[in-house]
Design a protein around this ligand. Structure first.
Ligand SMILES: Cc1cc2nc3c(=O)[nH]c(=O)nc-3n(C[C@H](O)[C@H](O)[C@H](O)COP(=O)(O)OP(=O)(O)OC[C@H]3O[C@@H](n4cnc5c(N)ncnc54)[C@H](O)[C@@H]3O)c2cc1C
Ligand SMILES: NC(=O)c1ccc[n+]([C@@H]2O[C@H](COP(=O)([O-])OP(=O)(O)OC[C@H]3O[C@@H](n4cnc5c(N)ncnc54)[C@H](O)[C@@H]3O)[C@@H](O)[C@H]2O)c1
Length: 448
């Protein structure tokens, strides 16, 4: 058996996060990766997706050219070339991560890991023993138990598909469906979203979601909520999606049907039982320091944690905490309260902190500042079709407890609110800050 202080299962954001403190403390660290170093975010998630979103953004800007008194011909998107561009942007990611791990002194092992004991792992024909083992194996799409499920594709396929389909159905009205749906819709694809719950994008502020829904429908995206997909059939080279809504069975046809019904921890093949790691249907039981409740030598971080947001910066953050808990003792707990999140539709939806519904549920005395900013000078300058904000301030303390933006450079502005929340800067102090003008940031003072 080869001996290490730490063995990390998975070379994504979470796994890489663990290596910082552990290697700085001089521990011997091995990282086992079954696929591409770097994991989902740079290879199959955030980055390649954003390359497509950037193209959708450019198309949106071109669509508004006449508002800037510019006459342009109808734009033509070369989808195949766009997918090639996406691939070129991310091509050397695994190599770059490999070099980084090498420089950091981490032994990278290619292969699929599984437990063979409480402190032991097998990879290919190698056996590794470690004082600490970290499960950072990420997530995978949740399988849909419906007839015809084998006809479903997933986001990986969308990001790899050089053929632009004519019509696409997304099963699930969550983050991935809206991001990829907006790209497709701007590329001229007929898009339908089928969501089982009454609301889309649970977790985002309901009024922000209503803004996005309006803009999505304006783009021609068909949206069905409270709708249950019953089956998928193939007929004459097309896919027929049957779903029930309002007690009526309906059918929508498409060339691709994408499973966007959420992602679950990728732990099925780990033989958690052999590692004495207790879980319920793949949900590993952990304490508030990300440590397995049944095996204190095992930690979990990133998407493999079943009850924290599945976001790339959170994976890195949790990996960092696990690294510090291994080197300094298990005393660090994650705090997600001021972590912003953005949904990269065009326009973007960005949020941090509590939604209005959550703040009310917690019984906070709040003042809610909601603004339709389309007539503001900044929004008119850029001919924004949606420019909306909701800032939630606790009345007694003047503390910002939540901020939600749609359009208006929300994915950048949200960090001003996150900074204020994290460092206790009151709403009044933030609005008194002198900003360069004319900028979107200068609007913050008028948002609350
Ligand atoms: C389409 C899409 C778009 C996204 N966009 C965004 C975004 O814009 N912003 C954002 O914040 N988040 C986004 N996310 C989420 C983000 O990608 C994840 O939260 C993040 O990558 C999780 O990191 P991780 O390290 O936990 O898991 P991963 O990055 O998935 O890494 C886990 C690694 O473990 C490996 N592995 C699995 N099993 C084993 C095994 N048995 N042995 C060895 N290795 C194994 C896998 O091959 C993988 O490389 C997106 C996700 C998707 C799918
Ligand atoms: N911009 C970003 O930060 C970003 C981008 C992409 C993905 N992600 C992460 O990836 C994760 C997975 O994304 P996702 O969009 O697959 O999941 P999601 O959790 O965002 O949305 C899944 C949706 O599918 C619905 N659903 C579940 N079962 C269904 C069924 N049988 N029929 C119809 N609808 C059903 C759910 O109610 C939910 O609304 C997210 O949690 C997100 O954190 C983040």
């Amino acid at each position: 058996m080869e001996k290490y202080d730490v063995v990390i299962l998975g070379g994504g954001n979470a796994g890489m996060g663990v290596t910082v403190a552990t290697r700085a403390a001089g521990l011997s660290v091995a990282m086992v990766e079954a696929r591409d170093l770097g994991g989902t975010c740079p290879n199959r998630g955030c980055t390649p997706k954003k390359v497509l979103v950037a193209a959708a953004h450019a198309l949106d800007e071109i669509g508004k050219a006449d508002r800037h008194a510019i006459r342009v011909d109808r734009p033509h998107l070369d989808w195949r070339a766009l997918i090639e561009r996406e691939k070129a942007v991310i091509r050397d990611i695994p190599l770059r991560v490999s070099r980084l791990m090498d420089k950091r002194g981490v032994d990278v092992i290619s292969g699929e890991a599984r437990f063979i004991g409480s402190n032991a792992i097998r990879v290919n024909d190698r056996e590794l023993e470690a004082k600490n083992i970290v499960i950072a194996t990420g997530s995978r799409p949740r399988p849909l138990p419906i007839p015809g499920a084998e006809l479903l594709t997933i986001s990986d396929d969308v990001l790899n598909d050089p053929e632009l389909p004519c019509a696409v159905v997304f099963v699930g009205g969550g983050v991935i469906a809206f991001e990829l749906g907006h790209v497709y819709a701007r590329a001229g694809v007929d898009v339908t979203v089928i969501e089982a719950l009454p609301q889309l994008l649970a977790g985002f502020d309901a009024d922000a979601v209503a803004q996005l829904r309006g803009e999505s429908e304006r783009l021609g995206i068909g949206i069905h909520t409270k709708a249950w997909v019953k089956r998928i059939d193939e007929s004459n080279g097309r896919l027929r999606v049957s779903f029930a809504k309002d007690g009526v069975e309906r059918v929508v046809e498409a060339d691709r049907v994408v499973n966007c019904a959420g992602r679950m921890a990728n732990v099925e093949g780990l033989d958690l039982g052999a590692g004495v790691v207790v879980h319920r249907e793949g949900r590993i039981e952990i304490d508030d320091r990300l440590r397995s409740r049944s095996n204190p030598d095992v930690y979990v971080c990133g998407d493999a944690v079943w009850n924290s947001p599945q976001l790339s910066p959170i994976a890195t953050y949790e990996g960092g905490i696990v690294g510090r808990n291994i080197t300094e003792g298990p005393k660090h707990r994650p705090d997600y309260s001021c972590v912003p999140a953005s949904l990269y539709s065009v326009p973007v939806v960005a949020g941090v902190g509590l939604t209005e519904a959550k703040a009310k549920e917690l019984g906070l005395r709040i003042k809610v500042h909601t603004n339709d900013m389309r007539e503001w000078l900044s929004a008119r300058t850029y001919a924004e079709t949606v420019a909306w904000s909701k800032i939630i301030v606790e009345e007694t303390t003047d503390r910002i407890v939540g901020a939600h933006l749609v359009g208006h450079s929300g994915e950048e502005l949200i960090h001003m609110f996150a900074l204020a929340m994290k460092h206790g800067i009151p709403a009044r102090a933030l609005s008194e800050m002198v900003c360069a003008f004319p900028t979107f940031s200068a609007d913050i003072r008028n948002m609350m």
